[in-house]
Design a binder for this molecule. Structure first.
Ligand SMILES: [Fe+2]
Length: 139
């Protein structure tokens, strides 16, 4: 599999469930770029994008479960970042539902989603990981 959006070990936030889902997300991003570039059918690409979007929603729910359970003080702004991103992805899917999408567009959108995810992990998720490791998980 090509590393369109490489996973680097320093992205880990040291919370097993979250790290597992992050790695899985990157695997899906790369798999989707490969499938698109290999000229896989548009319907299967669209189905994969929808699956990926649902995975993202479930993943955000996992992080928010940790935040709620451990009373993370920055929950509101972290959740807002999740909600804004979800809305953007949902809009893209709805807008392109019945349209023919080019491979270039799919790859560029996936790379954009991957960039956002990487930046989000390095910022907000790292901070959450530190909180969970130093404050919450020790209690
Ligand atoms: Fe997050």
């Amino acid at each position: 599999m090509s590393q369109w959006i490489p996973w680097l070990s320093h992205f880990e936030v040291k919370v097993a469930e979250i790290d597992h889902q992050h790695r899985e997300l990157f695997r899906m991003f790369n798999e989707l770029c490969d499938a698109t570039w290999d000229g896989k059918g548009k319907d299967s690409i669209k189905a994969s994008i929808k699956f990926l979007a649902q995975y993202v929603v479930n993943h955000f729910a996992t992080e928010e479960k940790f935040m709620t359970h451990h009373k993370y003080p920055r929950l509101p702004e972290h959740k807002k970042a999740h909600d804004d991103f979800t809305a953007e992805v949902t809009d893209f899917i709805q807008e392109h539902e019945d349209k023919d999408i080019s491979s270039e567009l799919v790859v560029s959108v996936i790379i954009k989603l991957g960039d956002w995810t990487r930046d989000h992990i390095r910022g907000m998720d790292q901070e959450l990981g530190k909180f969970l490791n130093t404050v919450a998980l020790l209690n």
